[in-house]
Design a protein around this ligand. Sequence first.
Ligand SMILES: C[S@@+](CC[C@H](N)C(=O)[O-])C[C@H]1O[C@@H](n2cnc3c(N)ncnc32)[C@H](O)[C@@H]1O
Length: 334
Amino acid sequence: MTGPRPSGPFRVGDRVQLTGPKNRLHTITLREDGELHTHHGVLKHTALIGLPDGSVVTNSGGHEYLALRPLLRDFVMSMPRGAAIVYPKDAAHIVSQADIFPGAVVVEAGVGSGALSLWLLRATGEEGRLISFERREDFAEVARANVETFTGAVPANWEVVVGDLAVDLPRAVAPASVDRVVLDMLAPWECIDVVADALTPGGVVLCYVATATQLSRVAEYLRGTGLFTEPDASETMVRGWHVEGLAVRPDHRMVAHTGFLIWARRLAPGAVAPEQKRRASKSSYGDEDVELWTPGAVGDRQITDKNLRKRVREAQRAAEGARQAASGESGEDA
Ligand SMILES: C[S@@+](CC[C@H](N)C(=O)[O-])C[C@H]1O[C@@H](n2cnc3c(N)ncnc32)[C@H](O)[C@@H]1O
């Protein structure tokens, strides 16, 4: 799957993104008899057909429109959504950290709106295979439609299974036959056992989760199985820059938090990772864990006992002053 024709003159059937007055975006699919009507006038599609990508055309009202084929990142941000999508910044990181390669057999769940599916299909290529699980039929329909809109047809190497990954993965794939698994769902730990069975030794599982509590839970679950390497985790923040003349500075606004990635590799059957032999497995918090988060342990300067006693005296004096003020006395004059 390569998506729409990435270059060449505009042809009937191409999707084109037009940037018009006040930077308003319009996405059209070119037709011989098509017209874009706005309150600025009419733009006939024939004015675009045959022109190179990146052309500027003028409508009946004399307004200019810049015409470009949408990139995948433009498309996913503007396509209809059933569920929240994986943003391009995270999708790019998922493709690299999960090591999605041309020809890979990849399992994904849930499919949601199909944004990540499009990136995975592009990275696996036509020789790869993507099996996407989604437990909601309506979301699966949105995803199918979005993928078809972008690629022009439902790719032959893409299968959407409507069902719960934890139940349906073992029915859909043979044990140890999947190269990569990407999970974007509320409770990925519920699916780790079936994922471990489906993954080939050395295969990668990657989970995209929204909260730190999910991150912790899936990390401990992965460790607890003893079937994976020590998980790695990250989050990706991309800060845009305004670069114009001497005004060169970070953008005022950014997409800050979207989610965390956590990934690990499937060990060979019977293998025990060296670091797992060394580490005491721990998945709940005890007193000594809390101790690890004291200011000294995390590198903050610790207050000395002498300083602390001084602060206590200061605080007590202030409290005494407040008490006297409340009772009408004056500590100063006393
Ligand atoms: C945040 S959305 C996925 C968005 C998608 N990655 C995208 O980029 O458009 C999460 C989806 O996972 C589905 N889901 C949750 N648990 C699932 C499971 N165990 N099996 C299959 N789908 C599941 C939900 O129905 C939901 O549609």
